[in-house]
Each structure stands twice: as C-alpha cells, then as structure tokens.
Design a protein around this ligand. Sequence first.
Ligand SMILES: Cc1cc2nc3c(=O)[nH]c(=O)nc-3n(C[C@H](O)[C@H](O)[C@H](O)COP(=O)(O)OP(=O)(O)OC[C@H]3O[C@@H](n4cnc5c(N)ncnc54)[C@H](O)[C@@H]3O)c2cc1C
Length: 468
Amino acid sequence: MNEEIIEKLKQAIDPEKLKTDAATLQERRRDYSAPNELADLQGRGAPNPACVVQPENTRDVVKVVNVCRENKALLVPFGLGSGVCTGIVATPETILLDMSSMNRILSIDKHNLMATFEAGVRGSDAENALAKEGLTTGHYPQSIDLSTVGGWVSTRASGQFSSAYGNIEDVVMGLEVVLPNGEVLETRLTPRAAAGPDLKHIFMGSEGTMGIITAVTFSLRWKAEKQNYTAFYAATMEQGFELQRYIIQSGWMPPVMRQYDTTETKGKFEDCARGEDCIIIMVHEGPAARVDAEIKACQTLAKELNCDQAPVKTVTDWLEVRNHVGGFTEFLKRNITLDTIEIAATWDRIGPIYNNAIASLMEVDGMLSAAAHSSHCYRSGINLYFTFVAQVDDPSKMDATYEDCWRRVMQATIEGGGGIAHHHGIGRVRRDYMSAEIGASGVNLLRSLKKTLDPANILNPEVLIPHE
Ligand SMILES: Cc1cc2nc3c(=O)[nH]c(=O)nc-3n(C[C@H](O)[C@H](O)[C@H](O)COP(=O)(O)OP(=O)(O)OC[C@H]3O[C@@H](n4cnc5c(N)ncnc54)[C@H](O)[C@@H]3O)c2cc1C
C-alpha cells in the first residue's frame, strides 16, 4: 500500500521532493511534546512515517492532497515540530507534509503595513526580514526560532507581547489554504469584512485537520519608538491580579505583563525575590510620550494597591533569557515527569483556579514543584501557565502520573469555569476535554465541519476532535 502511494506521489510531483531516507523520516515523526519524548526514551516512540513530502509551492500541496484523498492515505502537516500537545504522531502509513520547505517571503508592503509569507517560513526569519524594514508582526512566541508562521496559525499561538499587540488571530490578515478536496481558498485582504463568518477562523487552531495552510498575510506595525520597564511586588497572587486588572481596565496596555507566583519568583529572580512576594514584570512600548505616561500611571496604580516597585533588573534579565528553554530529556531520564499547561479565565475566576490547581497538583505522590505565572492579560481576564515537576518511583508509571497531573489542572479549570487552553492548542493531550470546553453541540459542530471538509478523514484525524 505504502509503495503504491509513494509511486503515485512520485508521478504527481517531482520525485526529488519525496524523501524516504531514515534520517528525514526520523526527524519528522513527531512533535516536541513530553509524551512523545518519553515514548522515545522508553523505546515505544512514534514510528517513521511512510514518506516525507517537501512541497515547493501551493500547486505541489494540491497534488499531494489529491493523491492522498483519492487513495485514503493519512496526511499530516508538519511545520517545525515545536508543538507541545502531541499534535503530530506518525504511523507507518502516514504521509508527512513537511511545510518548512515552503519558506519564501512573498511580499512586504510598507504602505499598507502587510506582509505575506509562505506557511513554512520560520518565525524568526519572518521577523528578521521585517526588522530590516523597521517593521514587526508584534508576535513573538518563545518558540520563534523553532516554529513556522503556518504552525502559529494552526495552533492559535500567542506571543510574549500579546497584552498590547494581540494573539495570532489579531495579527493575521489573510490566509491561503488548500482544502481537503484540492481547492485553494484565498481570503480577501481587507482591513475588515462584514461578509458572513470569518473563514480564517475555521483554520486557526485547526491543527492540520481542516486544510493545509500554504501562505499567511500579517498586518504589521512599525517598531516601537521607545521601550522601558517596570516591576512590582505583590503580597499574594490575588493582589497582583488586581494590579494587572486595574492597569488594563484603566486603558493602559503594557505589551508584556507577567506575574510569577512565590515559587517561580524565588526560582527565576533569586537576586530580587522579597520574602514570599510575587513579582510582576512589565515592558512598556510605543510612542515615547505614551510609554512615559503609562509608566507613571502604572506606578500610581501600584501605589494605590500597596504594590512596591521591584528592580527593573527583573525585566531586563527576563528579556535576555526569555527564549531559552531546557529540554525534557534529562528530567525524563531521571524518572521525573514534567510539563507546562496553560489555561485562561475571567478575573473573578482566576484566583480560585490557581489555588485549586496548585493544591491538587501538590497532592500527587512525588510532586517536587507545582507553580504558575500569568503571561497574557486582557480587559476581562488573564491566562495562567502552570508547570509541574514530579518524581515517579516506578518508570512504568510515568505516563499515569503525567496524565494525572494534566487531569488535575483540567479539572480545577473546568470546575472553576475557565477555558482549558490559552495558546498551545488541543492535540491529543487535551482532546478528551473538548466536550467540557465547547459542549456536546460544539463537538458535533466540529465533527460536521470535519466531515464536510474532509469526508475521507485523511487530514491529521486523531487530534482536536474527540472520538465519537
Ligand atoms: C520551547 C517552546 C516554547 C514555546 N513557546 C510558545 C509560545 O510562546 N506561544 C505559543 O503559542 N506556543 C509556544 N510553543 C508551542 C509551539 O511552538 C507552537 O504551538 C507553534 O505554533 C507550533 O509551530 P510549528 O511550526 O512548530 O508547528 P508544528 O509543531 O509542526 O505543528 C503544530 C500543529 O499544526 C499543524 N500544522 C503545522 N503547519 C501546518 C500548516 N501549514 N497547515 C496546517 N496545519 C499545520 C500540525 O499538523 C500540528 O497539528 C512553544 C514550544 C516550545 C517547544
């Protein structure tokens, strides 16, 4: 069967674009998620796919989609594999569509502040090209060096400066998508439209299930005139949330507002930690006059809430290390299971969710650390980014402990009325919590959409939508 499909693919596109060598297959088997990493270490990792196709352009993608649909072959798009929700797990029959081969910068339009990139452009390559013109997307996920612009759209990603500049849905202006029936959908580039539902949203967060994103157009901004920093102490998480709520609801918009709980404050800001206090760091950016006014206003609001100023070194230190992340492997090798889980909730619900999730995680046998920070702030609420680290006695129980930790955070979030995913997406790891998130009617709607768009069920079928 694999040989037959590979032969048909070779007839449809340049055979040079089809890879079956062990190294390429091995590299594109899976995403970066902790369960995939653990499965590899335990010798039960994702197998190599049947082949990796590296399309050169949208026409190639159409041809691959057509061959896969006509032969009911599984097709899984791959950006750079930095996804953390087990969104990519190959099977021996999978055709892996390596979008990182479509990596051209198609246009930069300084008059209308727009730029179009092929979906496989690496985030940092897109930003570097824009920076040469004094421009930016304003979207800087921590994984900017490890991920593609198409991957950002597919997972509904968030950047570190989102509190002012918005998340991916706020900076994407247009998409080109190859649908599972082989048609190419191009959304119109206008600043806004009242022309029915926004079709871009079918593909944002669809994780390769509804179509293949082949190009992304961003709405841009000029690089900020001035950047400056503030930081504050808060005696409790609740007090820090109140400060952030005051600031954002007063109309100020520091692009970065991050609040670390006591455990993370002590771990990340050793030199500046003060007793059991939390630290909140802020980056202010924009026209100089606004930055100066915003800093003054934030300092005044902080004083009103009895939040003392903390050293701005906390912010400059964070800026320096903000994209450095250690891998899971060394921990997993020592039977330590760990992961991060991001959720979101309105202001009235976030405090109890934080307390309940941390208390529940601390009940897990062998829990070494359960902590959280917030990193994306809105007028109506905020996110939390939990990190758990647990020592497991028996290596065969690593998966069970991992799943238990996830279940506890999901449960505290759902019971507390929060949303189960702020920016990493659903993949397999959250798929079975989707009914709690969007209800039975929401799941039915997603299933109907999937059946309509992809009746042969060839596109990344195991993710996002719970099994019937
Ligand atoms: C160290 C680290 C830091 C991170 N920091 C952040 C962060 O700050 N913010 C954030 O939001 N996320 C973050 N992530 C998660 C991850 O980087 C994002 O989910 C990113 O958007 C994935 O992009 P990718 O190109 O690597 O996609 P992949 O991992 O290759 O794919 C992700 C999913 O999208 C699908 N897909 C990929 N490309 C396409 C396409 N062109 N068309 C259709 N479907 C496609 C895949 O099938 C898969 O389901 C981080 C991850 C790591 C490892």
